[in-house]
Design a protein around this ligand. Sequence first.
Ligand SMILES: [Zn+2]
Length: 396
Amino acid sequence: MNPLHAAAEHHLPECLCWLRRMVEINSFTTRVEGIAALGRLTAECFAGLGFEAEFAAPANPAHGSHLFLRRGTGRPVVLVTHLDTVFPPEEEQRHAFHWQEENGRIYGPGTVDNKGGTALIWLMLQTLRDTDPALFEQTPWLVAANSAEEVVGSDFAGQTRARCPGGARIVLVFEGGPRDDSGSHLVTARKGRLEYRLECSGRAAHAGSSFAEGVNAVVELAALLPRLAALSDPGKDLTVNVANISGGTVLNRVPHQAAAELEIRAFDPEVLHQAGQAVEALAGRTPGGAEIRVTRLGHTRAWPGGPDTDRLFEAWQHAGQTLGMSVLPMRRGGLSDANYLHTLAPTLDGLGPAGANAHCSERSAEGAKLPEYVLAGSFVPKAALNVLALGSLLRR
Ligand SMILES: [Zn+2]
């Protein structure tokens, strides 16, 4: 057996033991006491590797504290994970969703998103310490664990940046890395997102006696929606999702108010920007005399990838060849902390274990619906791959 695999295999039982304890703590984003308990457990887990813990208050008091674990001084290698899950305690109970090992899969809340990622960071560092203690010792590390990754508008990236005053060497994000017959996928780009709310003001009128005096806000707004949907362009990897619509009140009234919300995603920041401009250009008067107001609800910048990420990816691909693993790049539409942190240092994502069904807790009798799980057999090969690739970069 390859010495990296042997070292990782040696630490796997303890790794899964930590993971199980993490999964058994409910850490739904707004369950502050659960996030705190998981933060303390994670600090304890990494204390054995010589990491010092710092808990940092989040911008939103409804969230728990972020956790920063530091070892050494200087420009760190930043290892990114998150503490929160999307499952409230009631949902876990309702669906009897808890740690359950079955045919190589471990089901449970956060097993792949993202407690498995945290456990893999630990396994990777243990493996590096065993196989190249000098490199482990001399490298400054910062494990950055977001308390509220599952909600938009996180301040976590700013706090991480503040802990790297001289910059960082590399940012590695330990979101799950999908694995299929073609190989292991690493994430090399993520779409950005713009979110909008459109409000339409018409004029109310009695639908029977003064219909002609009304300006129907529902009809005026609805007429715009196909135009918005048509902004989607597969050739540009641009999607426009009209997500919800509401308006009107009672049947005998011409509706004076309507609203819709939509989000736009693209890899190319310029494509994203132009689509946003097209939405914003709808503000003003409609042909039917209603007034449209456009509000931008949020903006998450795209991580388009590029030469810095490609250089990291090549190191992982090369390590994969050495270990007999096929390593492939993947561009994803979903967001992660890489969207916010890629400007800090060259960034690679998808470094966590493989699994599936993130954000699902239901299991149906016939197995058509299965909840989130991680593949127990993916920890050792991924830890070995990460150690070999990262080691090659750090020794350069
Ligand atoms: Zn998630």
